[in-house]
Design a protein around this ligand. Structure first.
Ligand SMILES: [Zn+2]
Length: 395
């Protein structure tokens, strides 16, 4: 800063100084730039004065003049450029503005980069469905399963797994086996789990893990109804609906983090996004597609596909009975298109030409045992006390 005498801390190059350089003071006058110290002084006339930026990061302002070619005076106080006494000739102004416009250019480039990143983000956002579809087609099955496991841990880690109960495991597997024979492709190892939850619901996670709530099982009158729902969920897995939904929520974050160069937390975010997915319904199209494909699995397995309809209808009736309690009936709360879906499936049923023999399975006895297990909570390995309220919704 200029001191009270109107002088700036300065330095000068001249061969009269030891090592060619000395510090001193600089004053701006109408005549020009005056430098002085106890060894000497110089006046660089305003006319023809050259002003240049130099030193590290252009921190120094140099003054030169053709009238005093042996001298070079400088100050580190860049405020001097704003000093009203400094009248710079047009040519010199251009020299400075060149430097300044470089700084300006850097600024414009920075703003441009931010804007470009914004545009890329916007573009990715608008194309996120496409992008997530593409990513889903590239993701290895093991990665999908890993993602599903991460979500499952967060969501169902504290729920009681009924299908692992020794009284139920065998029959649960036996009931599912015929359906699994009708499912084509072997990309996934399906893990269909029966958990204790009174909310009639079922949902699939990326990679093949499928949860069926005891509340849904107990609504069914025949095993085909449960299998119809499982077929629908298997279709969600195979069509990668959940995987795409998760990737869609994180694609943007992953890309933005990639732009910033920080990849930490992507995995955690993916799992978080996955939990968010549980609270969102699939799109109308995804549901229609899962119904269609699931229907095909039932037919291929030789199971009556029309059983899908009766459970959907039952769940619809439940909604009417519990008017205002939609939240408790998750399947319906996220399926406002149930009527439409039932109508579509009824059309398919009417077009069926084949008769389907009922599955040979003692469903009544199985349900009785399920109720028995539910009524006798084993207090060992069943950490149900920290269980959160069921607020998940699904498909
Ligand atoms: Zn669904």
């Amino acid at each position: 800063m200029k001191d009270e005498q109107g002088e700036y801390q300065a330095g000068a190059f001249h061969e009269m100084f030891a090592r060619g350089r000395a510090s001193g003071r600089l004053r701006l006058t109408r005549e020009g730039v005056a430098f002085s110290n106890d060894q000497g002084s110089v006046l660089l006339p305003m006319s023809g004065l050259k002003v240049e930026l130099g030193g590290a990061s252009d921190r120094l302002v140099f003054f030169k003049s053709a009238a005093e070619p042996a001298w070079s005076v400088y100050t580190s106080d860049r405020d001097i450029l704003k000093d009203p006494s400094l009248e710079i000739s047009l040519a010199d102004r251009q020299a400075i503005s060149k430097t300044r416009s470089l700084a300006k250019l850097a600024w414009v480039a920075a703003v441009g980069l931010v804007l470009a990143a914004g545009l890329v983000t916007l573009l990715l956002w608008s194309q996120r469905a496409l992008l997530s579809g593409w990513l889903a087609s590239k993701i290895p099955a093991e990665q999908e399963a890993k993602l599903g496991e991460l979500i499952a841990e967060q969501f169902a880690g504290s729920k009681r797994v009924l299908s692992e109960d020794e009284d139920l495991a065998g029959d649960w597997g036996a009931m599912l086996a015929p359906l699994l024979e009708g499912v084509d492709g072997n990309r996934y190892d399906y893990d269909i789990v029966l958990i204790e939850d009174s909310v009639p619901n079922a949902f699939a996670l990326p990679g093949g893990k499928i949860f069926v709530h005891s509340g849904l099982l107990l609504q069914a009158e025949r095993p085909e109804e449960v299998l119809g729902v499982v077929a629908h969920e298997i279709a969600h897995v195979n069509l990668q609906h959940g995987t795409r939904a998760v990737l869609e929520t994180v694609t943007l974050v992953v890309v933005v983090q990639a732009l910033i160069g920080d990849f930490s937390g992507v995995i955690a975010l993916a799992a978080e996004g996955g939990v968010a997915l549980l609270t969102k319904a699939h799109s109308r199209d995804a549901e229609r597609e899962a119904d269609e494909v699931g229907w095909g699995y039932m037919m291929k397995a030789g199971l009556d596909p029309a059983a899908m309809i009766s459970l959907f209808e039952k769940l619809g009736e439940l909604q009417e009975v519990h008017e205002g309690l939609e939240d408790a009936i998750a399947w319906i709360s996220t399926h406002p298109t149930t009527d439409e879906r039932v109508a579509t499936l009824e059309g398919k049923r009417d077009a069926l030409t084949e008769e389907y023999a009922p599955l040979v399975f003692d469903f009544e006895s199985f349900l009785t045992r399920v109720r028995g297990v539910l009524l006798n909570p084993e207090d060992d390995e069943s950490p149900t006390e920290n269980r959160e309220e069921s607020d998940e919704h699904t498909h």
